[in-house]
Design a protein around this ligand. Structure first.
Ligand code: SF4
Length: 460
């Protein structure tokens, strides 16, 4: 089946008004063949278009469309990419997917490395599976910004870390993209003793030479789970190692900022927590454009909560509890204290959840499973609702990473669960005050064997 076959046409859209039908295949826009979503998005931007369509019998016809510049045509295809997502060609020594326990959902083991997803959804790519033609297409279609997992610019080290002979070409591809004015945001997953210290100094130096095309660099610590048997030995960062790395990056950033007016490189929040250092002030993070790497996220959360509570005089809400990752818990506690000062009286508890599923070195909230929540909160006072950050759930679903559902957690703990936007201090304050955040849908009755699967201690 053609991947550019139209699955449906939105009502009242420009395509529907022009008579485009579901089941037809979009082959060209003007003279441009349509291969995937990038071609489609790029070539349908203009206000006057000629679409070439093919029906099931192979007959072709053309349709003329007039619309606003940039307006969506209203066509939907079988898949978002109009193609299969491209998997990565690497075997990175720090890969998180390789450290997942066996027996989880198949999709969790998929390693994507697709330039189209980088542009459309912000995914990070390594540039190791791009052909010359694809690099040229990024340039021709002006796909910008793209997010690049650099890790190291020393070609030998990068090849060793990514276990890919093409990994050493990264910097030369980036130079070509920079010359074409493609903006790049970079990520370095730092592994102690491997790509930090002098290797990181070289990486920062090389990337800074590509500024302003290289707009930002986030340095995040490697995640180490308890499932590393047979993998390259990597230890998590110690407090001293984390502090040394912060000092190195901050010194580079101060020097770069004095010359160019931007820090260029930032450590993720996790490094400050590992080092036991206070978070930098909000202004340090400039435009906060590395939030998806956890750079400045906690500082933003606190400052949004302050704004939400500015001049607020609220009545005390019903008792509540909040479950979060070990690393964010003290900051969530600070926000609960801020709300307490506004209300005068507040009955609420913050529970840091140890990650027993992946291992306790994993402290972020986004990797907490339903099973850990149930096991650790079963005997705790939870008030009238349990607030969790929504990044504990699969995007748009009521399901945790281990396939436990929100309903199962509600049943097991006997309390409604309220999921709030993890990065929003505004939403968190509203949830604490019991406003505007609807509880998750009522729990469906659970089968007995499921209940015991998730509540082993409850079987008498
Ligand atoms: S690029 Fe490396 S870290 Fe990312 S999925 Fe592939 S092997 Fe894993």
């Amino acid at each position: 089946m053609s991947r550019t076959k139209i699955a449906s046409v939105d009502p009242h859209s420009p395509a529907q008004r022009a008579g485009v039908r579901a089941g037809e295949v979009l082959t060209h826009v003007g003279d441009h063949p349509i291969v995937d979503v990038l071609d489609y998005k790029f070539h349908t931007y203009d206000s006057r278009l000629v679409l070439k369509l093919q029906d099931g019998e192979g007959r072709t016809r053309t349709v003329r469309i007039r619309k606003e510049e940039g307006e969506d045509l209203g066509l939907n295809f079988e898949t978002y990419l109009m193609d299969s997502a491209r998997s990565c060609a690497n075997k990175c020594i720090f890969c998180f997917v390789d450290q997942m326990p066996p027996g989880m959902r198949k999709t969790l083991y998929f390693k994507d490395d697709d330039a189209r997803l980088s542009f459309l959804l912000g995914n990070y790519i390594t540039l190791t599976n791009l052909s010359q033609r694809e690099i040229q297409r990024i340039i021709d279609l002006r796909i910008s910004p793209i997010n690049i997992s650099v890790h190291a610019t020393d070609p030998v080290l990068r090849e060793e870390m990514l276990k890919n002979r093409r990994a050493g070409e990264c910097l030369s591809i980036m130079e070509r993209l920079a010359a074409a004015h493609i903006t790049m945001n970079c990520q370095v997953v730092a592994c102690p003793g491997i790509n930090d210290g002098p290797a990181l100094a070289r990486t920062l130096q090389d990337l800074s030479a590509l500024h302003p095309a290289v707009e930002s660099v986030a340095i995040v610590p490697v995640g180490v789970t308890r499932f590393r048997e047979g993998l390259h030995h990597i230890a998590p960062y110690t407090r001293e190692q984390a502090a040394a790395l912060i000092d190195q990056v901050e010194a580079f950033a101060a020097d770069f900022s004095a010359k160019h007016g931007t820090s260029l490189a930032w450590c993720s929040d996790e490094f400050y927590l590992l080092a036991g250092r206070p978070l930098p002030e909000k202004a340090y993070y400039e435009d906060m454009n590395q939030l998806e790497n956890g750079v400045g996220m906690l500082r933003l959360l606190l400052s949004q909560a302050e704004l939400a509570l500015d001049g607020e005089e609220a009545a005390p809400p019903p008792p509540f509890s909040i479950a979060t990752g070990v690393s964010a818990a003290p900051f969530i506690g600070e926000i609960v204290d801020m709300v307490r000062r506004c209300c005068g009286k507040l009955e609420g508890a913050v529970y840091p959840i140890l990650n027993r599923f992946f291992g306790e070195t994993i402290t972020v909230s986004g990797l907490i499973t339903g099973r850990d929540l149930i096991d650790q909160l079963r005997d705790k006072p939870l008030g009238e609702r349990l607030i969790i950050p929504s990044n504990m759930l699969r995007s748009g679903e009521q399901v945790f990473l281990d396939d436990v559902t929100v309903q199962q957690v509600e049943e097991a703990l006997g309390v409604p669960v309220v999921a709030v936007e993890a990065e929003s201090g505004f939403d968190l304050v509203d949830a604490i005050l019991g406003r505007d955040v609807a509880p998750c849908p009522a729990a469906a009755p659970m089968q007995e064997d499921e209940f015991y699967r998730y509540n082993p201690g409850a079987r008498g």
